[in-house]
Design a protein around this ligand. Structure first.
Ligand code: ADP
Ligand code: CP
Length: 314
């Protein structure tokens, strides 16, 4: 089988919520990544950071307010920290798995910046869920105290939401491309990348969290990848999700996907941005495929045996 250039987007279940959980879970994630490497594919890994960036920002704000003599940590800095923290665990686990299987490849993570438009309408319409889940009552209390905005997240509880502008340009793209061509397994655009705006003085961080699936779609486009593989907690995208008449989708084209979006079949803040990212990647290009599946099904989905494939209309 001819190897493909594949951008793999890792969801929250690949990482967990605490350092201990993450160290354990990344071993399974590393097995999945190295299975894809062993199938002959060039692998670029992007990962989420919603739980982690929320945890860091909240913890450091709490510490600062409660006299711990620690500074308040803005979102762009928190994003960079999550890229380092998650990248470190992934590098360690992927390196160990490559060595165990005698595959002579190196793995590296790149702290990546992503340019966004400071006038993106997302800045006045926050949609990106971050941090822990709260009950309705807890969320209302925090909203009243701090002025944060909370939204219900796909039947799983309430989470704080922050602006999520669209990724316009991946600053370190040339470096990522060079490392892929040199044969590295590359971890890049973690947490959607640090959101930055271009100013006369240079790049400047801005408070937002970019959707990692959308940045992975942009990365896949820019690297001219063959496949965007989005790994999450479900084996397939469904219609009538969580209802008695739930139905798994094996293949959908752009037109079908838009019609399901208009019916409200995909929850905003969870499945909707994933489907939108896939649509962006396959738009008018029959050579590209986008797949949404679970971590454990990644290998068989890459072989075309399972997962939900989103394909061009052409
Ligand atoms: N139509 C749908 N089909 C399948 N899953 C859906 C659907 N709508 C919402 N979901 C939920 O979206 C989740 C994936 O989104 P999320 O948890 O935000 O992703 P991530 O894995 O990137 O953290 C699934 O695990 C599922 O609970
Ligand atoms: N940045 C981001 O999209 O993170 P999650 O995938 O964890 O929501």
């Amino acid at each position: 089988m001819k190897g493909k250039r594949m951008v793999v987007a890792l969801g929250g279940n690949a990482l967990g919520n605490t350092p201990e959980e993450q160290l354990e879970l990344v071993k399974e994630t590393a097995t999945t990544i190295v299975n894809l490497v062993a199938q002959g594919h060039e692998i670029i890994v992007g990962h989420g950071n919603g739980p982690q960036i929320g945890m860091l920002n909240t913890a450091l704000e709490y510490a600062a307010v409660h006299g711990a003599k620690t500074p308040f940590m803005p979102f762009p800095e928190c994003n960079a920290m999550t890229q380092g923290y998650i990248g470190y665990h992934l590098q360690q686990a992927v390196r160990a798995e490559l060595q165990k299987r005698g595959i002579k490849k190196s793995v590296v993570s790149v702290v990546t910046q992503v340019v966004v438009d400071k006038d993106d309408p997302a800045f006045s319409h926050p949609t990106k869920p971050i941090g822990a889940f709260y009950t309705k009552e807890e969320a209302e209390k925090i909203e009243a105290e701090k002025g944060f905005i909370f939204m219900e997240d796909a039947g799983r509880g309430y989470r704080r939401v922050v602006p999520s502008p669209l990724p316009q340009k991946i600053v370190e793209l040339d470096i990522v491309e060079k490392m892929i061509e040199d044969g590295f397994v590359v971890i890049a655009t973690g947490g959607g990348g640090v959101p930055v705006v271009e100013t006369e003085a240079g790049l400047e961080g801005i408070a937002a969290v970019i959707d990692k699936d959308k940045t992975c779609a942009k990365l896949a486009e820019d690297l001219n990848a063959d496949c965007l593989l989005i790994l999450t907690a479900v084996d397939r995208v469904c219609i009538n999700f969580n209802k008695p008449n739930q139905q798994e989708l094996a293949v959908i084209n752009q037109e079908e996907a838009y019609s399901y979006i208009n019916e409200g079949q995909f929850a905003p803040g969870s499945m909707l941005p994933k489907v939108e990212a896939c649509l962006q990647f396959v738009d008018k290009n029959t050579k590209r495929e986008a797949i949404i599946t679970s971590l454990k099904m990644a290998g068989s989905a890459a072989l075309g045996e399972t997962g939900t494939r989103i394909v061009s209309n052409l």
